[in-house]
Design a protein around this ligand. Structure first.
Ligand code: NAP
Length: 279
């Protein structure tokens, strides 16, 4: 599995990671096996959040004894993102995850607390060694500009945003902004949550044809397309070991320029929306 720089402080993470939203809802043992299979195949980049119910507890079991293989990301809810609230939320996440540090800690989306408060808390957590970097999620270009003004250059490790074949709004402004400022762009819901193109449809047919040429699956082609630039990562959620293995294999799939152009045409990015879409 390819690892690539994550932000500008020397960290790196697997290009394809593992999401965990709803992973606590089904068969817990299967979920733990899926995460471990992903780790075996180099998908050490694990994404969770205080919002995701018991997902942090599931991760704690999956990574027991393997912490050094993991690039662990969690998120603070906007309603907790005051200076003291952020620190308390991080400490709760560390306890649930049974670890002493997060590799990156994110503000889940923008809320009512001033960014200066959340950033001050992130910096305090950094100094205390409880997090190794921090970032944001669901930030549009104007939010990123404001955050840069508060934090200064080189501080924002990542922006985690909605990105899949049918939702390419981030390509207009967010991706170029992040590329300019050395910020990792992490694609969440890379399979559209539950809206992956069907093979019978016209666009699904384009995907299938490219997949067949590589003896791959349409989802592997999608992951390869979504991570085609060095700033881009993707964090599909898989609750079965087979799905995790399939997703890991996408880390080795390189599409040709013609295939990328065909996908670009089949799944046009469309006009820039007024505000950044989020799930
Ligand atoms: P997703 O990854 O787009 O899709 C998950 C669905 O795809 C599940 O039904 C899963 O089934 C299925 N799947 C996964 N791998 C597969 C494979 N190889 N073959 C067939 N089906 C496969 O959805 P998501 O959970 O919304 O997004 C991924 C992660 O992004 C989340 O888990 C979360 O960590 C993060 N996220 C962040 C935000 C944010 O605001 N920052 C918002 C949404 C999501 P199984 O589970 O049965 O394997």
């Amino acid at each position: 599995m390819r690892q690539q720089p994550f932000g500008r402080n020397g960290q790196s993470a697997s290009v394809i990671g593992q999401g965990t939203w709803y992973i606590d809802r089904g068969d817990r043992a299967a979920a733990i096996s899926a995460l471990r299979r992903g780790l075996d195949l180099g998908m050490g980049h694990l994404d969770t959040a205080e919002m995701y119910g018991d997902a942090e507890l599931v991760i704690a079991e999956a990574i027991a004894g393997r912490r050094d293989e993991v690039f662990l990301v969690s998120k603070v809810l906007p309603s907790n993102a005051s200076r003291r609230g952020t620190i308390a939320a991080c400490e709760r996440s560390l306890r649930r995850l049974k670890t002493d540090r997060l590799d990156c800690y994110l503000l889940h989306w923008r809320g009512a607390f001033p960014l200066s408060e959340t950033v001050a808390a992130f910096e305090e957590l950094l100094s205390a060694g409880k997090i190794r970097s921090w970032g944001v999620s669901n930030f549009d270009v104007d939010d990123l500009d404001e955050l840069l003004g508060v934090a200064g250059d080189g501080k924002i490790a990542c922006n985690q945003v909605l990105y899949h074949l049918k939702e390419r709004a981030i390509e207009h402004g967010v991706v170029p902004w992040c590329e300019r400022h050395g910020v990792a762009v992490v694609a969440y819901s890379p399979f559209g949550h539950n809206d992956f193109p069907q093979p019978a449809g016209r666009t699904g047919g384009v995907l299938q044809k490219i997949a067949d040429a590589h003896q791959a699956t349409p989802r592997q082609v999608a992951l390869s397309f979504l991570t085609r630039k060095p700033a881009l990562f993707a964090i599909p959620k898989a609750a079965s070991a087979q799905h995790a293995a399939d997703n890991a294999a996408a880390g080795n799939l390189v599409l040709t320029a013609e295939e990328i152009a065909a996908l670009d045409q089949a799944f046009p990015r469309g006009a820039q929306p007024r505000s950044l879409p989020m799930l």
